[in-house]
Design a protein around this ligand. Structure first.
Ligand SMILES: [Zn+2]
Ligand SMILES: [Zn+2]
Ligand SMILES: [Zn+2]
Length: 257
């Protein structure tokens, strides 16, 4: 079977082709004919032998029901898995979260619904992704994962409580920690430092700031997807990511000698 790059999933008794799709045994020859010429296995005598072998293994024509559905399937061994987003009320799935969000707002016929994370597989070329049951977390790392999740929940909750406290200046300060950075400095020095500088007071500063922004801009293509997502979130003040480092401002705050 390897010479045909086929795998037999013995649980569902279905064939999985090297092109990563489930193939109906009865349509194997026509499936192969759609492969690019260099990857097309020969369909002569060896193909006949293969079919006999498959029949003797108990493979039958036809496929199990693999239609997209809201209820997740047991994962099919031998097919790649993807993590994407889906609608909670219908089988609508997309790679981009905002497309699912738009579906849930406007198009979904099964409202109320919301965006969910789902693991999916695509068993058939001409059909959509099917949702699969997420693999259970490895018991060895489970305590670590739940501790990390709990930590994030705590942080978010803490931040929300702090944000509701009107005495705090802003969530931005909570994140940047600038208030801690400047604590202990003489307020008059700080006020003087925040004064708009004279035109030629800090000759290097303009270049420094421009260089800093250039560097930050150049880094965008290397920025982690997660960070970009946070920057694009509809609630940036909640997940505000800070590009400015206090070290830049410490240079500004250092009185000129
Ligand atoms: Zn194939
Ligand atoms: Zn929806
Ligand atoms: Zn929907």
């Amino acid at each position: 079977m390897r010479s045909f790059s086929l795998v037999l999933n013995t649980k569902l008794m279905v064939l999985i082709c090297g092109c990563e799709h489930v193939v109906d045994m009865g349509k194997l020859a026509s499936h192969f004919s759609h492969h690019p010429a260099d990857k097309r296995p020969d369909t002569g005598e060896r193909f006949k032998t293969l079919m006999e072998e498959l029949r003797s293994l108990g493979v039958r024509e036809g496929l199990p029901d693999l239609a997209p559905s809201v209820v997740p399937y047991t994962p099919i061994a031998g097919l790649p898995r993807y993590s994407i987003y889906g609608c909670s009320a219908c089988p609508f799935n997309r790679i981009q979260r905002h497309r699912v969000a738009r579906h849930c707002e406007d198009a979904c016929e099964h409202k109320p619904c919301y965006v969910i994370d789902c693991d999916v597989q695509r068993p058939q070329q001409h059909q959509g992704y099917i949702r699969i049951i997420k693999p259970p977390v490895n018991p060895a790392v489970a305590p670590l994962v739940s501790a990390m999740v709990q930590f994030q929940v705590d942080q978010t909750r803490k931040l929300r409580v702090e944000q509701q406290d009107q005495r705090l200046v802003s969530p931005l300060l909570v994140r940047t920690g600038w208030h801690r950075h400047v604590a202990g400095h003489d307020p008059s020095v700080l006020i003087a430092a925040s004064r708009y500088p004279d035109k030629d007071e800090f000759p290097a500063l303009v270049k420094l700031v421009i260089d800093y922004f250039d560097r930050a801009t150049n880094l965008i293509s290397y920025t982690d997807t997660l960070v970009l997502r946070m920057l694009n979130t509809p609630e940036p003040q909640r997940t505000c990511v800070v590009f400015f480092s206090p070290s830049l401002f410490s240079r500004v705050l250092t009185p000129p000698i």
